[in-house]
Ligand binder design. Sequence first.
Ligand code: AMP
Length: 392
Amino acid sequence: MKILSVNAGSSSLKFTLIEFPSKNTIASGLFEKIGMEGSMYTIKYNGEKIVKSAPLDDHSVAVSKLIDELIANKIVDSLEEIEGVGHRILHGGSEFTSSTLLDEDVLKRIEKYNELGPLHNPANIMGVRAFMKVLPNVKNVGVFDTTFHQTMKESEFLYPVPYEWYTEYGIRKYGFHGTSHRFIYKTISEYLKRDDLKVISCHIGNGGSLCAIDSGRVVDTTMGFTPLAGIMMGTRSGDIDPSIIPFVMKKTNMSAEEVINALNKKSGLLGISGLSSDGRDVENGANEGNERCILAQNMYAQKIANFIAMYNNLLNGADVITLTAGVGENSKTMRKMIIDRIQSLGVKIDDEKNDFRGEFRLISTDDSKIPVYVIPTNEELMIALDTLELIS
Ligand code: AMP
């Protein structure tokens, strides 16, 4: 049996085709510039790579093309082999507390949360409708970034603001990257054969968030009402004093949207280094002695370390710290910079064990008070697993 795992953006559609029970990825790819000039797609399978330009007027055309290519290249023998499609959906508000089978009624309910995720939710839903149109007999499942964090209690997800803002407008911490944090918790608890683990999961890529998990329940996470909150990221500021926003508006004549845009797109590693949002560029700059890159790296590592220390307190002592996503999986320098800043917790990195990229490994010393693991995340597999469970 095969399951498609899909992440639709406003002009893109990313897919992974996963086979069960082996859980192997048999094909993956990306459709780009949908509805624009110069649309194209890439499909990887069996060591081969298809790159083609083609007019892709909308997401349905992209989905039809995908199906045609899967059959033409014998990646699937017939459409019947695809038994379900799992969709990444950014926001399910407080309503969706688990992954769910999708139909038109459910999509209408999800649309209520579009204003909470205006860049992603409408596009995610567009992707679902495209599959419903092209493959009307295949079941679709929605897997939300927010659901894992729905296990937080009121005292944990509320902001200390007028309570009516929560009851009237839904202002609360929602948290994101839930599918990744859930995958990491599942992986480490299966590996250590324990379901009562207290885990500090650090998802650090271009976007980034930390999550404190106690026995599978989220106790806190660093992203908030939107993904702008928490740690410093590639282009996002993370937490700042909100009074900065009206102050900058007055000084620059920017609108609130423009300031928020700068906090989302021009801050973080990019804002401080003045060079790049990419950890590799900033690392190269720092190695060449660029002071702003060194400053950006130090700030980035320190913000993450501070949250780890806070979460260790919140969990009353963590059992495991995990690092994942682009930076966590690949940058030994940043991993070391972070771990060196939590020595007060008795955590120590083993430089030899840390010398690798992109694998599941323990990187702490034998006498480290809390073990630190690098675990490659796999949101696509998590989406496919949920889909399999719901369609079975
Ligand atoms: P993600 O959002 O998880 O795909 O992560 C993407 C980010 O990972 C990139 O923007 C880079 O900043 C970072 N990254 C990937 N490889 C490395 C590396 N070897 N060193 C530092 N950062 C890296």
